[in-house]
Design a protein around this ligand. Structure first.
Ligand SMILES: Cc1cc2nc3c(=O)[nH]c(=O)nc-3n(C[C@H](O)[C@H](O)[C@H](O)COP(=O)(O)OP(=O)(O)OC[C@H]3O[C@@H](n4cnc5c(N)ncnc54)[C@H](O)[C@@H]3O)c2cc1C
Length: 246
C-alpha cells in the first residue's frame, strides 16, 4: 500500500489494522519563507547587469543549502528572480530565502480517524492534531534570526513584511504516520522493509513510512521506502513460488 501519508493509515484503519502507532508521529518541518530585494548599488551593479529573461524562460533559479545536524540545523532553499517589465527590461532582483527547520517526531502529532463518520469516498473521516514543541519553536526563532542575518547581507530587509512562517501543512512534506522501526515496540507500524508488524504479506511505502524528521523535500526519501518494500515483497513472492505445493 502506497496511498500517501494520510490515506495509507486511513486504508489500514478502514481494514481493521490498527497498531498503536497508526497515524501518530506525523511530522513536517516548519517552513519560514522570506525574500529581500538585492541592493544593486552595494554590489556595484546596475539593472542592466541583471540576467535577461528570455521569452518562455523560467526566470527563477533554485539553490539548496542542505541541513547538516547541529552545525547547520536548517535546510535553506534560495530562489532568485529578476522582476521585469512588460518589455522584458529588468526592474529589480529578488533573493528568495526559505529555511526549513526540523520538528520533533512526537506521538501526539497525529491523524485521528473516526469509526462513526465517513468521508465522500466512503473512508473513515480523519482530522489532524499537530502542534510545535518548545524545542521546535526555539529552532524557528533561531531560523528567524538566521534569515534576518543572511537577508541583511543582500539588502534592506523587514522581517515583518518580507518573511512569514507558513501554516503547518503548507510544505506538502508530511511523513511518519505508518513509520518503520527496528522492533515492534508500539512506536512503529512496520519493519525497515515496510512489512506491517504481524503480517507476512502486507507492505506499506511512501512518505508515511519515513520514521525520522526530514528537513528537506521528501520525495526521494519516500521513494527509497518504496524500493525497499518492493524488493521485500518480491522476496515473499519468490519464496511462495519456491515452496512445495501441499
Ligand atoms: C504542488 C506540490 C509540489 C511538490 N513539490 C515537491 C518537490 O519539489 N520536491 C519534493 O520532494 N516533493 C514535492 N512535493 C511532495 C511530493 O508530492 C510527495 O513527497 C510525494 O508525492 C509523496 O509520495 P507518496 O507515495 O507518499 O504519496 P503520493 O505521491 O501522493 O501517492 C499516493 C497515491 O495513492 C493514491 N491513493 C490515495 N488513496 C488511495 C486509495 N484509497 N486507493 C488507491 N489509491 C489511493 C493517490 O491517488 C496517489 O496516486 C510536492 C507536492 C505537491 C502537492
Amino acid at each position: 500500500m502506497c496511498a500517501d501519508t494520510f490515506r495509507t493509515p486511513q486504508l489500514l484503519f478502514a481494514s481493521g489494522i490498527r497498531p498503536p502507532a497508526l497515524g501518530r508521529y506525523l511530522n513536517e518541518h516548519a517552513f519560514l519563507t522570506g525574500r529581500v530585494l538585492l541592493d544593486l548599488e552595494r554590489f556595484g551593479l546596475t539593472r542592466a547587469d541583471l540576467p535577461p529573461v528570455r521569452g518562455g524562460e523560467f526566470a527563477t533559479d533554485s539553490l539548496w543549502l542542505p541541513q547538516n545536524g547541529a552545525e547547520q540545523p536548517f535546510h535553506g532553499q534560495i530562489m532568485n528572480t529578476t522582476y521585469v517589465d512588460d518589455g522584458g527590461a529588468a526592474l529589480a532582483h529578488s533573493v528568495g530565502l526559505s529555511l526549513y527547520t526540523p520538528v520533533e517526531s512526537r506521538a501526539e502529532n497525529r491523524v485521528v480517524f473516526r469509526d462513526d463518520d465517513l468521508d465522500l469516498t466512503g473512508m473513515p473521516r480523519f482530522s489532524i492534531e499537530f502542534s510545535y514543541s518548545d524545542a521546535d519553536l526555539a529552532l524557528v526563532e533561531a531560523a528567524r534570526v538566521e534569515m534576518a542575518r543572511v537577508a541583511a547581507a543582500f539588502g534592506a530587509f523587514d522581517p515583518d513584511t518580507e518573511s512569514a512562517l507558513l501554516l503547518p501543512g503548507s510544505s506538502l512534506h508530511q511523513t511518519g504516520t505508518v513509520r518503520l522501526g527496528p522492533v515492534d515496540d508500539g512506536t512503529s507500524v512496520c519493519d525497515p522493509d515496510g512489512r506491517v508488524w504481524d503480517f507476512d504479506n502486507l507492505f506499506v511505502a511512501g512518505n508515511g513510512v519515513i520514521p525520522t524528521a526530514v528537513v528537506a523535500n521528501t520525495t526521494l526519501t519516500g521513494a527509497v521506502t518504496a524500493v525497499r518494500a518492493a524488493r521485500a515483497a518480491r522476496r515473499v513472492v519468490a519464496g511462495a513460488a519456491a515452496a512445495p505445493l501441499v
